[in-house]
Design a protein around this ligand. Sequence first.
Ligand code: 8YV
Length: 328
Amino acid sequence: MAPRKPKVIVTRKLPDVVETRMRELFDTELNLDDTPMDAEALAAAMSRADVLAPTITDRLDAELIGRAGPQLKLIANFGAGVDHIDIAAANAHGITVTNTPGVLTEDTADLTMGLILASARRVVEGANIVQAGDFHGWTPTWMLGRRLRGKRLGIVGMGRIGQALAKRASAFGLAIHYHNRKPVSPRIAEDLEATYWESLDQMLARMDVVSVNCPHTPATYHLLSARRLKLIQPHAIIVNTARGEIIDESALAGMLQRGELAGAGLDVYEHEPSVNPKLLKLPNVVLLPHMSSATIEGRLDMGDKVIINIRTWMDGHKPPDRVIPSML
Ligand code: 8YV
């Protein structure tokens, strides 16, 4: 007799090929109309599933995890960031958590570079002028942005995405500086010609562009606090494609409004999907709807990772992308 297939509940609509493959391999329940699940729907899913495949839009806190049925053994997250899941609570309940690292790196770094360019060179502002029919001819002093070549980029968090951004930014002539819990290996630092700053405060005070690329953890919540934001020079721009919670969004909005910072490119927000209303009115910001990893190829790769993690677990092995609390 064939072994029983695990019951896998997927919380959001995934690409068709991923869903088809999951249906072939597992006893899969899909969310075809893509309605986000509320806490009760998630609790119901966790009382029946052997494996839950959630996304960033599902808040799996300790209370909810405490209500999971004893059969739930794996949370196979569709996404790299896991700040919406209480990993320690899951592990305490004997639930393994996996994510999809690596496959979003290049796409996220591309869009981060895009936001740096768009903010420094006023790309969205210019495009809006043309689309509104307000382009009445070239003038020598109009729509001036800031040159990137020769400026200093400070990367906060030099993991995979930070390093991929550093490669791109070097090609644009930016000097690479970074703050991280510890320095990268000498070989990587040499390749990237990157300068390590142990003190985030000191780095921030000297940069022309600041990019946030670290995960959101209790230690990085409001890492860019009102106090730290004030250290950044007024001509600088700040870009965030990591998590909104890492920056004090209200303090940032106030500073941008008062001209104490030149601009910002944001893909993520502190209270997503809400965006601070002050930001919405500013001309010197580029605001994107959490789309830095949104490519067709990336989503398929993420689906593959979710499937590999579930299959490995199903075969009785440790899934490759286990999230270990001490690594966060
Ligand atoms: C994903 C992300 O789109 O993977 C992450 O951590 O922030 C996003 O880019 C999202 O998580 C999908 O669940």
